[in-house]
Ligand binder design. Sequence first.
Ligand code: ARG
Length: 431
Amino acid sequence: MNVSDLREILQYVPRFRERIFVIAVDGTVAASANFPNILLDLAVLRSLSIRVVLVHGASHQIEELATKRGIKVTNSDGTGITNETTLELAIDAAIRLTNSIMEGLSAVDLRAAYANAIIAHPAGILGGTDQLFTGRVERVDNHALELLLKEGIIPVIPPLGFDGEGRTYRVNSDGIALEVAESLHAAKIIFLGADEVVGGTHPLPRQLSIDESDEMVRKLRISGANAGLISKLECSSRACRGGVPRAHLLDGRINEALLTEIFSHEGSGTMIYSNEYQQIRRIFKKDVRSVMALIRQSVEDEEITRRTRADILDRIEDYWILEIDRTPIACVALHTHPDQSLAEMACLYVSKAHENKGFGRKLMAFAENLAKEKGMERIYALSTRAVNYLQQKGGFVETDAELLPDERRSRYEGSRRNSKILIKELRSRNS
Ligand code: ARG
């Protein structure tokens, strides 16, 4: 591990301390070889004073038990009809799993409790069919959950709910996680799923705003995608709209997926977010120091031209940074020569820890758009070591110093860097 990783980790620790994370584990994940690692990771979260509520699914266990007992269930994931036999079997399978999770938590010295905190009502008649013992969450007894959390106890919530008459209902765990997260004002809801969260042939993007996530749900519905994925994305959007700033979909079978997601800038899975995450913004005087720190190594490696603080301040309105969670990770500058409709893209840099993730391309596209908006027709860049990159990823072509405006040309010649000069047309001449 290097220091920049450590910085990333340490940035998130105070941000999440004392906050509530609702972690929703699918039955398949609870049965996977990685589950003991997840429990260890929960111990790490607890040691950092993060409050954890564990919600679990059980459809995998229900199906297994049904096969073992030779019973046919009417539905296993709490989204269809639950008849009486199915309910009996669901209670057996779910509570066994709750119990084995409790055992696992004890093994890593974590205190846990099972509470009847989900108050449910029958789902009722849908599309003309009575859903029988399938329930929906009516209310969450957040007072009970908060008491446990305050004592450092992890509430473990099975996919079942209770009404005031002493009846049990089968409730889908994604919906429970959503309701619990909303009512506890959680900082996060984290779905640990299996195949469905990987996205199959269309891998899910690394992050989605709420609107993007809704749009994705719409598309997935049309294409008949996995119902588990649709449900998790939908619950994520709803959670974000309901005040939970971030929801995450992770592959729970991968070791360390959870900690990487929480404590790194880019995470390991897909994040749906309602608060500020990534942005490209202009720099201010207070940012000059961090821009200089960001590019220092690259200047030493003769990739980027040396700039003094005064150089940057002189043209501060030309500089932009890309931040993740308020940490600058990349920068670019755009200088214009309006009389020649020509712009220079300069100081393009992406920090080592964030290389090869498309941030460079993002900033290039940003600079190009900015140049177009300013009415520029061509954009050039000088480069010693990123010539291939600019050609292959940026669509620049090599040209010579003739092109440079006089003042720029004399600086170029004076610098003796012998940079290559690359150019790109921003619009076709006859358009
Ligand atoms: N570690 C941060 C968080 O937990 C950012 C995670 C970003 N993840 C992603 N898939 N883009 O909020």
